[in-house]
Design a protein around this ligand. Structure first.
Ligand code: HEM
Length: 470
């Protein structure tokens, strides 16, 4: 009797166990059959290490090349501890970016949340993202409408270039420049103020942690970065507080900090986090763009010559010491081609992180709910069927083409998360280039290739021998 009851309980438990297993794994098994072809690799780590293997940023890298040739432009893999669909297809990438919050959602790995903070724009979704985004767009319009906006950029460029001797590590110079510009735009601080130096120092520590192994114990880069973030927050809070105390119409500079202070629907933490996002988003990427331009121009004397002609013509119409203005910027047409081409070849942001919110059928593919989705921009930028002689730096390809983002050119992402700082990055690069090409000749010191780790870096910082043009 007891034995019979025991068997019934056993059978019941077994049935329950099977139900749970089937509930969890059946959809995965069915999805696996319907999802695009591909392999998962090792348990847990999957193919992450192979995916992250460093390669020159103007190439696909061996992982993508291999999967591309075996499975086509869309394939499945297991990356960042999650089943993943990797898309190297311009149409699918466009579809993913345009359907943000409907079918897909921004989803960066957890360690990034730990370091950027829970209110970071890169991390938040839904309404919180909408509120921060509208603030970012306000930053852009406020900055652009400020009379001294372009003059500030040019003054900082001249200050940096004025300190050049025979040899410079270009990435460091560009970083000083872009950091000074964004700190001026967002916090109203000049390069020589002590707080600027302090924030920059903390930011460099912060950046190292962002790309380090996420182990939060004392002494690791990750832990140091978390501390650096806390110090930056402290400094930023003090600056905001000082501005609040000195507030009032007479002191109202009408700059971004004043706008930030007047906003009521954001918490103090969100405001500080927003300032950090702007600083972070605004300087390293732009520094890389400038470095890419200098790197690729070094390989294309014809493009450099044409660029010099363009800037000489603009400079010829200016009085001594007269600043560049928005009309001059509009005349920098070939400069825009060079910038676009450096963005296409250099691939500063190789891919972005998304996840599927529900099962998504797209053409022949099923993207299962909950899976990670990675639209890979570099693969589209280097696709020879979309860009003739794709591996060649050829700025003239942009002649007569739409300059803004299109499906086959997405260096700034797309959809509701399109980079709000793209125009600032381009103006900074163009104005710096103006004074660089008019005042200096340069030669790379040895070979330094931009590498995708997958964050992009010049391993030696792009050292240059420079010589003033007298
Ligand atoms: C060459 C320079 C730059 C490149 C290549 C770049 C690239 C990108 C990309 C690809 C995204 C989309 C991320 C995603 O969809 O997950 C993005 C977002 C963002 N960028 Fe940039 N960016 C650059 C310059 C800047 C500058 C100068 C600023 C600040 C002034 C900035 C601030 C931001 C912010 C705040 C976001 C988040 C937008 C959102 O989530 O709605 N970026 N950037």
């Amino acid at each position: 009797m007891v034995g019979g009851l025991f068997s019934i309980v056993w059978v019941g438990l077994l049935g329950l166990f099977l139900c749970v297993v089937l509930h969890h794994f059946l959809p995965l098994l069915l999805n696996l059959r319907a999802a695009p072809r591909g392999t998962f690799g090792w348990p847990l780590v999957g193919e992450t290490l192979r995916f992250l293997r460093p390669h020159a940023s103007n190439t696909l890298g061996s992982f993508l090349e291999d999967r591309f040739s075996r499975y086509g432009k869309v394939f499945k893999s297991h990356l960042f501890c999650t089943p993943t669909i990797v898309s190297c297809d311009q149409e699918l990438n466009h579809f993913i970016l345009q359907n943000e919050e409907k079918l897909f959602q921004c989803s960066y790995p957890k360690p990034i949340h730990g370091i950027l903070g829970k209110s970071s724009m890169i991390v938040v979704v839904g309404d919180a993202h909408k509120r921060l985004r509208s603030l970012a767009l306000t930053l852009v319009t406020t900055t652009k409408s400020r009379a001294g906006y372009l003059n500030d950029i040019e003054r900082i460029a001249l200050h940096i270039l004025g300190s050049w001797k025979k040899r410079v590590v270009f990435c460091e110079e560009a970083r000083k420049f872009t950091f000074s510009v964004i700190v001026k735009q967002v916090l109203g601080l000049s390069p020589d103020e002590p707080q600027t130096g302090r924030i920059l120092e903390d930011f460099l520590t912060f950046m190292k942690g962002l790309i380090s192994f996420p182990l939060c114990i004392p002494g690791t880069s990750y832990a140091r970065a978390v501390q650096a973030r806390a110090r930056i927050s402290f400094t930023v809070k003090a600056i905001v507080e000082e501005r609040r105390k000195n507030g009032g119409d007479s002191n109202n500079k009408g700059d971004f900090l004043d706008v930030l202070l007047s906003i009521t629907n954001l918490s103090e933490d969100e405001k500080v986090s927003f300032v950090l996002d702007s600083l972070l988003g605004g300087y390293e990427t732009t520094c890389l763009l400038m470095s890419m331009v200098v790197y690729f121009l070094g390989q294309s004397p014809l493009a450099l010559e044409q660029l010099m002609r363009e800037h000489k013509a603009i400079g010829a119409n200016k009085k001594k010491d007269e600043y560049l203005n928005s009309e001059d910027y509009k005349k920098m047409e070939f400069t825009q081609y060079v910038i676009n081409e450096a963005l296409r070849c250099g691939n500063i942001v190789k891919f972005v992180h998304r996840k599927a919110l529900k099962d998504v059928r797209y053409k022949d593919y099923l993207i299962p709910s909950g899976w990670k989705v990675l639209p890979v921009f570099s693969a589209v930028h280097l696709d020879p069927s979309l860009h003739g002689s794709a591996l060649q730096f050829h700025p003239w390809r942009w002649e007569g083409q739409n300059q803004t983002a299109c499906k086959k050119f997405t260096p700034f992402g797309g959809g509701p998360r399109l980079c709000p700082g793209s125009e600032l990055a381009k103006v900074e690069t163009a104005f710096f280039l103006h004074h660089l090409v008019l005042n200096f000749r340069w030669r790379p010191e040895g070979d330094d290739v931009p590498m995708a780790y997958p964050y992009v870096e010049f391993p030696r910082g792009l050292p240059l021998q420079v010589e003033p043009i007298l």
